[in-house]
Design a protein around this ligand. Structure first.
Ligand code: PHE
Length: 457
């Protein structure tokens, strides 16, 4: 069975290929677009601290558990969980870990493709010189005009969806590693360029103090929930993505060092993105840190429009945003696709077509929430915000909690030890209690308290 599945889906050639693929999944719109805007909307420093704590105390331990589950199950998340529960004679309830992941992936992809579509439009704008000499006010106006134009939004959303589905249909393992290996260093370099520009031309000091001085009055309980949810979102956890990739991981690869590498790169990219964006925001009184989802798209054109070589850098930057989104989007569909192939007899092409279409249709709701439907609200959220909240702040943490409980408390300790036999014993001694006592309890408490605040607001 195991061998057969590895034959169907393939396996990563080396540990590095796995790291690159997982980093490709982790680094995406979550780092470049979402982290800065949610940090801005939640007052900065204190939010950033909670987010960093969640990465270390919850995200990394859960990531290790999730990769381990995938590698032991060796199939799509749904079937991996089935196999593990059956093997241990456990209740089928735990298969929910696989199911929530597959559904969550499609829901996330629905709005992810719309936002990636904005980046595609910005590639065109940057390269045609639209940003040249642009003012903050003109930049805000350009973004507002884009959001109001639903045909353009649907056009780019569709292009992005087709690109995503096309790669997954070709098989994830092939080619992804190469793409990521080329893309990541250039992305880091460009963020470096932006950082230097922000340092010289923007208000870097204020940006720094906004991100790192602890202003707890600005942080609400909902903000804490959002920060925790984002630690899952940015590391691609609680959705089967990392579990599905773990299934293609060689037996002897080290999970611990892999997790630390991915977590380190991912966090660095988010913080640098924040430090590149906020100096521009604070240098222009027309821009607000609490701008919302448009933050990246209104602040950076002002930087590119006023820097030497901005045409080139701007075009390249938005191409990279799209590529980063693309390598993440692939991992959003892969769990569902792998399951349809294994269990429902689909071929890769039709499985992709089905899931891609479902995500596309749902995405129309997000498109409309920025124009025709902007006044329809549930619990104060418009459609896009609701999708974001239900996935990032509810489904991912919930699945993460189930993973922590399953690996920490339900699976037999000797099985867990056996699967992690190649890891250093010191790491196991830190990780296992952390997962059992810290991650699971922290997620449960933040989840209940945060949700309580949202529902009774
Ligand atoms: N981690 C990705 C990002 O930060 C999003 C993602 C979430 C991808 C969950 C896969 C699974 O953009």
């Amino acid at each position: 069975m195991t061998d057969n599945n590895l034959r169907i889906h393939g396996t990563w050639s080396t540990q590095w290929t796995f790291i690159l693929a997982a980093a490709g999944s982790a680094i995406g719109l979550g780092n470049l677009w979402k982290f800065p805007y949610i940090a801005g909307a939640n007052g900065g420093g204190a939010f950033v601290l909670v987010y960093l704590l969640c990465i270390v105390l919850v995200g990394l331990p859960v990531m290790m558990a999730e990769i381990m589950l995938g590698r032991r199950g060796r199939q799509s998340p749904i079937n991996s969980m089935r196999r593990l529960t059956r093997e241990a004679g456990l209740h089928g309830f735990w298969n929910i870990i696989g199911w929530l992941g597959v559904v969550g992936g499609i829901l996330i992809l629905s709005y992810y493709a719309v936002v990636a579509g904005w980046a595609l439009q910005y590639v065109v704008d940057a390269l045609t010189g639209e940003f040249q000499g642009t003012s903050a006010a003109a930049s805000s106006q350009r973004f507002a005009t884009l959001l109001a134009d639903r045909n353009t939004l649907v056009f780019w959303q569709s292009i992005f969806m087709i690109l995503t589905v096309a790669v997954v249909a070709g098989g994830v393992v092939k080619g992804l590693g190469v793409a990521v290996r080329v893309m990541m260093p250039i992305l880091l370099l460009l963020l470096g360029v932006l950082l230097i520009f922000g340092y010289h031309e923007g208000d870097f000091a204020q940006a720094w103090s906004f991100m790192f001085s602890l202003n707890f009055e600005a942080l609400t309980l909902k903000g804490v929930l959002v920060a925790m949810g984002h630690s899952f979102f940015t590391l691609s956890l609680g959705m089967g993505a990392i579990m599905a990739y773990g299934a293609y991981m060689p037996d002897n690869a080290r999970i611990g060092s892999t997790v630390l590498t991915i977590g380190g790169i991912d966090t660095a990219v988010s913080l640098i993105a924040g430090l590149a964006i906020f100096p521009m925001v604070f240098a222009h009184p027309e821009l607000q840190a609490s701008e919302g989802p448009g933050l990246l798209f209104v602040s950076l054109p002002v930087a590119f429009g006023n820097m030497a070589g901005g045409l080139f850098f701007g075009g390249l930057f938005f191409i990279l945003v799209t590529l980063a989104a693309w390598s993440s989007a692939i991992s959003l569909v892969e769990p569902g696709v792998a399951w349809l192939i294994e269990s429902k007899g689909f071929n890769r092409f039709t499985a992709n077509l089905l899931l891609g279409t479902a995500a596309w249709v749902l995405g129309l709701g997000t498109v409309l929430s920025f124009n025709a439907w902007q006044d329809y609200r549930v619990l104060g959220f418009n459609f896009f915000e609701f999708m974001d909240f239900i996935t990032a702040s509810v489904m991912l943490p919930l699945t993460g909690l189930f993973i922590a409980i399953f690996v920490g408390w339900v699976m037999k300790e000797y099985v867990v030890r056996e699967e992690l036999a190649t890891e250093s014993p010191g790491l196991f001694r830190i990780w296992y209690p952390l997962l059992r006592y810290c991650s699971s309890i922290a997620v449960a408490v933040i989840f209940v308290v945060g949700l309580y605040e949202v529902l009774l607001r």
